[in-house]
Design a protein around this ligand. Structure first.
Ligand SMILES: [Fe+2]
Ligand SMILES: [Fe+2]
Length: 255
């Protein structure tokens, strides 16, 4: 059963609750001249999600199908969507279009370069490549410039069947969910690399008002601070990134 909430003007969150995983899978539909579905969901979710999207628009009008990176919840049902929406085209990073979509998708994808803008009509989505954040070298996010919504994929992942949109702090839940994964086979869900802090700062500099999160509540409020706080939490839980060069040299000498 998919639940639907409008979390920003013309931006609908379609949420599928997976009790066995204690997590939500959220998909976003942008109603505009050139409608965009962001996250296709898995192939297993497709029948339910298709029915839910059809409550909002004529499926044949979908023009763009976007996602952050190549993974089944992000784009697993892409080809099913391309078949029910004959004018639709996948849109992702240049890397994703080249290395994944060129073989996976039944029609060519549009690959976005850094800062390139995708217009859906009234709304402009700026693309920011974020390699290995949340994961995958093809990763990137889209930032809608009028309502300042960041489609941030797995960033801020938190578990539970939570509210569609909140103005309360979500970092506590994000940290708990990250900690809970540490002693499981999923502990490497997100790497903390020597680029992570800089990439999160770049996203914070956009000063988003809304974080449209894939797993958990979307957040409305001081997203810039939330992104800076996310860096602190990720660094603490996932590791401090690369050691300073001198430390590495010293350890090599000792070895
Ligand atoms: Fe992911
Ligand atoms: Fe995800």
């Amino acid at each position: 059963m998919t639940t639907i909430h409008e979390i920003a003007p013309d931006l609908y969150r379609l949420s599928v609750w997976a009790p066995a995983l204690n997590m939500q899978f959220n998909h976003f539909l942008i109603k505009d001249d050139e409608p965009m579905l962001y996250h296709t969901g898995t192939r297993m979710m497709f029948p339910d999600l298709k029915e839910a999207v059809a409550r909002l628009i004529d499926l044949k009008k979908i023009r763009w199908i976007g996602f952050s990176h190549f993974e089944v919840d992000e784009c697993g049902a892409l080809n099913e969507w391309l078949q029910v929406a004959p004018k639709a085209q996948a849109v992702c990073s240049e890397v994703g279009a080249l290395v994944n979509m060129s073989d996976f998708a039944i029609r060519p994808a549009r690959g976005l370069s850094k800062a390139e803008v995708l217009s859906t009509g009234r709304y402009q989505y700026r693309f920011i490549p974020t390699p290995h954040l949340p994961h995958g070298w093809d990763a990137g996010v889209l930032f809608e410039e009028t309502n300042k919504v960041l489609l941030c994929s797995d960033l801020f992942h938190h578990n539970g069947n939570v509210a569609a949109l909140t103005t309360s702090d979500i970092l506590g839940n994000v940290r708990d969910s990250m900690m809970a994964m540490q002693n499981t086979p999923l502990h490497s869900y997100m790497p903390y690399t020597n680029q992570t802090g800089q990439l999160l700062q770049e996203l914070a500099d956009l000063q988003p008002s809304t974080l449209a999160t894939m797993h958990g509540s979307s957040f409305y409020g001081n997203c810039s601070q939330a992104l800076k706080d996310l860096n602190v939490v990720m660094k603490e839980v996932l590791g401090g990134g690369e050691m300073p060069l001198q430390t590495r040299v010293n350890q090599t000498e000792i070895a």
